[in-house]
Design a protein around this ligand. Structure first.
Ligand code: FAD
Length: 476
C-alpha cells in the first residue's frame, strides 16, 4: 500500500523528514502538491509568490523525476483531495511536514483526526523552523514576547536537528493517479508580464537555493555584521524566498555555516544566525498569537487615527513619493519581488509615520508583491515598525528617509539603480533632490514635479503630526 507524501511549504528533497521517512519505508510513494482554495483559510496567494510557486513546482517535479518519481498536482480543499487520492491509490499512509501558521494548523489538526479515523496511518514531521515554536518557553512556561531572551533560549537549546540527506530513489506506485497541468493553474502573469525581470534575479527551486547559500557563504557572509544594512552591497543572503516555500531548510542553512570561522569572523556567523532566528521568533509569535496579521498586538493602537489616503498609498506603492530611498525600495520591490531589509524598514516607517496609513495596508501590499511573502515575518515586521507589536521599535522612533539614505547608501548607488531619473544627481543631493539648487538640478537633467516627483510630505511636519497622534493615544 502506497504512502501519500503531501508537499506543502517544504518544496525540497534535501532535509525533508517526511520524504526521507517515506523513502526509507520502501513502500511506493505518491508525492502530491495541493493548490488549496483561498477560503480554506490560507487567504489569497500573493501574485509575486504565485510566480515563484509555479517555477518551484516545476523544479520539484524535475528533481522527483530524477529519483524515479513524479509530482501529482491537484487543486481543491486538502481533505477532499487527499480523500480522493487515498481512494484512487489504495494508500495506507499519509505523511507531511507541519506548518505553523494558523490556517496551516486549522487544516492539519482535523485532517489528521479524520484520516486516522478512516484507518490510515498519518505522520507529520518538523522541518519548517529551527525549533518547534511550542518547544521554547519562558521560565514561567509561557511564550516569549521579546526577541533577546528568545534567542538566548534558542541558543541554549542546542543546535537544530542534523539535516537528513535527499533520498536517492523513491519507489513509484504501479499506477500513477492523474495530475493537473501546472499551466492550467495560471500562476504566472500573462499580459502585462510584470514578472519579466524576476527570472534574471531569481532561480526558484532547491538547486537555486543551494547555489545562493553557497555564493553567500563564499562572498557575502564575511562582513555580514557591518555591511548587511547597506542595500547596494551583496552582503545579505537573498535566501528568504527560498525559505518561504521551504526549498531549503533553516537547519541546513544553520549547519552549513558551521566550521567556517577560519574564513569568516565568528561574529558574522552569529549575527547571520540571529537573523535566521528572527524568522523562528516571528513564527513563535504567530503560533501563540494567531491574529498577528490582523490585529494590533498592543490594543492601544486600535484607536490610532489612521488616514484614509488612497492617492498617497498609490504613490507609495508606485515609488513616487519624492523621497529617493523610499522610491528606490518600492521600485526594487515591483521590479524584483524583493526589497532589502533596511529599506523595508524605511519604507514601512514612511507609510505608517509620514503618511499615517494603517500598517495593514503595507502588510497587504507586501504580501502581494514580495516573492518571500511570509505570514509570520511579514506581520511581525510590520507590527515591529508600527510600534504596535510584541518586541517592537517604539512608535516615536521615526526614520528620517534622508539621513537613512545618506547613512546606508552613502554613494547613492542603490538609488541610482532603481531611480534612474536621478542617476546624474551629485551624491550631496541624491537623497534630497528637493534641496538642490536649480543649477544642480538642471545639470543633472532633473525637473522636480516633472521628471521626478516633488516630496509628497514635509518630513519634519509629518513627524510632528505622527508624534501628536501618538500623544493623543497616550492621553486616552
Ligand atoms: P539575510 O540578512 O540574509 O537573513 C537570513 C534570513 O534570516 C532571511 O532569509 C530571513 O529568513 C531571516 N530574517 C532576516 N531578517 C529577518 C527579520 N527581520 N524577520 C524575520 N526573518 C528575518 N521576511 C520574509 O521572509 N518575508 C516577509 O514577508 C517579510 N516582510 C517584511 C516586512 C517588513 C516591513 C520588514 C521590515 C521586514 C520583513 N521581512 C520579511 C524580514 C526581512 O526583511 C527579510 O527576511 C530579509 O530582508 C530577507 O533578505 P535576506 O534573505 O537577504 O536576509
Amino acid at each position: 500500500f502506497p504512502i501519500i507524501l503531501w508537499f506543502r511549504k517544504d518544496l525540497r528533497l534535501d532535509d525533508n523528514l517526511a520524504l526521507a521517512c517515506a523513502a526509507e519505508s520502501l513502500r511506493p510513494v505518491v508525492p502530491v502538491y495541493i493548490l488549496e482554495p483561498e477560503d480554506a483559510g490560507n487567504g489569497p496567494l500573493g501574485a509575486a509568490q504565485a510566480w515563484w510557486l509555479h517555477h518551484s513546482l516545476e523544479a520539484l517535479s524535475a528533481s522527483l523525476a530524477k529519483i524515479g518519481s513524479r509530482l501529482v498536482l491537484r487543486r481543491g480543499p486538502a481533505d477532499a483531495v487527499l480523500g480522493d487520492l487515498v481512494a484512487e491509490t489504495g494508500a495506507s499512509h499519509v505523511f507531511w511536514n507541519r506548518r505553523y501558521d494558523p490556517p496551516g494548523i486549522a487544516i492539519d489538526t482535523p485532517l489528521k483526526e479524520e484520516l486516522t479515523r478512516s484507518g490510515l496511518t498519518v505522520r507529520s514531521f518538523a522541518g519548517q523552523l529551527l525549533h518547534e515554536p511550542s518547544r521554547l518557553k519562558t521560565g514561567a512556561g509561557g511564550p516569549y514576547r521579546v526577541y533577546t531572551p528568545f534567542w538566548r533560549a534558542l541558543e541554549a537549546s542546542g543546535e537544530p536537528v542534523e539535516p537528513v540527506p535527499a533520498p536517492q530513489r523513491l519507489v513509484p506506485p504501479t499506477d500513477w493517479p492523474a495530475s493537473e497541468r501546472i499551466d492550467s493553474w495560471m500562476l504566472t502573469p500573462t499580459r502585462p508580464d510584470w514578472a519579466a525581470a524576476f527570472s534574471s534575479v531569481w532561480t526558484p527551486g532547491e538547486a537555486g537555493a543551494a547555489e545562493r547559500l553557497e555564493r553567500f557563504i563564499d562572498r557575502g557572509l564575511d562582513s555580514y555584521k557591518s555591511k548587511r544594512d547597506c542595500p547596494a552591497l551583496p552582503h545579505t543572503s537573498g535566501l528568504s524566498p527560498h525559505l518561504a516555500l521551504g526549498e531549503i531548510s533553516p537547519a541546513r542553512v544553520w549547519h552549513q555555516t558551521r566550521g567556517l570561522t577560519d574564513a569568516v569572523a565568528a561574529d558574522d556567523v552569529i549575527h547571520f544566525r540571529k537573523e535566521l532566528a528572527w524568522r523562528d521568533f516571528s513564527y513563535h509569535l504567530l503560533f501563540h498569537f494567531p491574529d498577528l496579521a490582523r490585529k494590533n498586538w498592543n490594543s492601544k493602537f486600535d484607536a490610532f487615527p489612521w488616514r484614509h489616503a488612497p492617492d498617497d498609498l498609490k504613490r507609495w506603492q508606485r515609488g513616487q513619493t519624492g523621497f529617493p530611498i523610499v522610491d528606490a525600495g518600492m521600485r526594487e520591490l515591483w521590479q524584483t519581488g524583493f526589497m532589502h531589509n533596511r529599506v523595508r524598514m524605511i519604507v514601512a516607517s514612511f507609510l505608517i509615520k509620514d503618511l499615517l496609513i494603517d500598517w495593514r495596508e503595507g502588510e497587504r501590499w507586501f504580501r502581494d508583491t514580495l516573492v518571500d511573502a511570509d505570514p509570520a515575518s511579514n506581520a511581525a515586521s510590520w507590527q515591529w515598525v508600527a510600534g504596535s507589536g510584541a518586541d517592537a521599535a517604539p512608535f516615536f522612533r521615526i526614520f528620517n528617509p534622508i539621513t537613512q539614505g545618506e547613512k546606508f547608501d552613502p554613494d547613492g548607488d542603490y538609488v541610482r539603480r532603481y531611480v534612474p531619473e536621478l542617476k546624474d544627481m551629485p551624491n550631496k543631493f541624491i537623497h534630497k533632490p528637493f534641496e538642490a539648487p536649480l543649477l544642480v538640478l538642471k545639470e543633472a537633467g532633473v525637473s522636480l514635479g516633472q521628471t521626478y516627483p516633488l516630496p509628497i510630505v514635509d518630513h519634519g511636519k509629518a513627524r510632528d503630526a505622527a508624534l501628536a497622534a501618538l500623544q493623543g493615544l497616550k492621553a486616552e
